[in-house]
Design a protein around this ligand. Sequence first.
Ligand SMILES: Cc1cc2nc3c(=O)[nH]c(=O)nc-3n(C[C@H](O)[C@H](O)[C@H](O)COP(=O)(O)O)c2cc1C
Length: 347
Amino acid sequence: MNEDSVSAIQRKKDHIELCLTDNVNFKDKGNGFDHYDFKHYAITEVKKDKIDFTTTFLKKKINYPFLISCMTGGTTEAENINAQLAEVANEINIPMGVGSQRQALGNKDYNDSYKVIRRKAPTIPILGNIGASQIIKMNNFDLVQGIVDLIEADALVVHLNASQELVQLNGEPDFSGLLKKLEKLVKKINVPIIAKEVGAGISKEPAAKLLATGIKGIDVAGAGGTSWSGVEILRSKGTVDNLFWDWGLPTSYCIKEVFKLKKDHKFILIGSGGINNPFDAAKAFALGADIIASAKLILQVLDKNGEVGIRDLIISWFEIIRNIMFLTGSDKINKLRNKIILKEKLF
Ligand SMILES: Cc1cc2nc3c(=O)[nH]c(=O)nc-3n(C[C@H](O)[C@H](O)[C@H](O)COP(=O)(O)O)c2cc1C
C-alpha cells in the first residue's frame, strides 16, 4: 500500500472519530428552517392513518422518503458500520449511500467494506460515491464504472466539496473542467448521476449548470449541520485558517432555490444538511425536497443505540411528520409543499 492510500485510510478513520467525539457542527449558522413555521389548517380533513409514505426512488419502491446519506467505506471499521447501516436500511426499506469509493478505484484491498452493503441489502436503492476532484483527473471512466458495479449501485453520487478540499491538509482545491467531465461521465456510466455537496450547499445557478450536463439528481447538502471544513480544521490541529468553518449556504435556502428549476428540468431533489429532527424534515419537504437525507446524526445514533436506534428514529420521525401533515391539511407528502410561512410574515 502506498503512502497516499495509508493517509487516505487514516483520514477516513479520523472523519468517523471526529464526528463521534467532537463538535463539528456549524458554529454560528443554522440550516435556516427555524425561520419558518407551519401553516396550521383549522379545517383539516386529512385522515392521518391513511397517509402513505411509500414512494419510488431510482425506480425502486421505498417505504419512506429518507436516505441514509453517503458516509463511509475503505477501512475495516467502515465495513462494520456499512453492514449495520445496510441491515437497518434493508429492514425498513429505505435507500442508502456509500462513502467515497476513491479508495476502491483500481484497488481491491477494502472492496468488502463496500460490497457488504449490497450483500446485506439486496433490493434497496444504493448510491455509489466519488469526488469531483477524482473525476476531473480521469481520461476514461472504466474505474468509475467498476466502483458502480462493485455495489450494484442504482445511481452514482459525485460529491462537490470545494470548501473541504480548500482547508484540508494536502487537499485538492481544483475543480477546473468539472462540467465537461460530468457531461462525459453521464454518457459513460450506466446509472444516473447525482451531484451532491457535503455541507456547503448547492444553489440555483450551479444546480442549473449541473443539470445541463445530464445529471439526474441534486443533493443540496447545505450548511447548518456537519461542517466539513470544520472537520478538516480539527484534523489539521490548528495549522489551517479556521475562518472558513461556517462557510456555506443554508440547507433551507438551497432547497427553495433549486426547487425553482423543477419548472424546466426533471430531476430528484434531495434535501440534506443538518436535518436532525422531524420538523426540519417536514419543512424540507415543504420547500420542495422529494426525499430527505441525514448523515452524522445517523452515525451517532448507530454508535449509541445501534441499528434499532436508527430504525426507531426514522419511524418516529415519520409519525411526527404524519401529525404535521394532519395539522396542515396535507394528505400526501408533496402536499406539504408551501405549507410553511416565514415567521417574520406572521407579525
Ligand atoms: C462520517 C462521515 C463521512 C462522510 N463521508 C462522505 C463521503 O465520503 N462522501 C460524501 O459525499 N459525503 C460524505 N459525508 C457528508 C454527508 O453525506 C453529508 O452531506 C454531510 O455530512 C451533511 O449532512 P449532515 O449535516 O446530516 O451530517 C460524510 C459525513 C459523515 C458524517
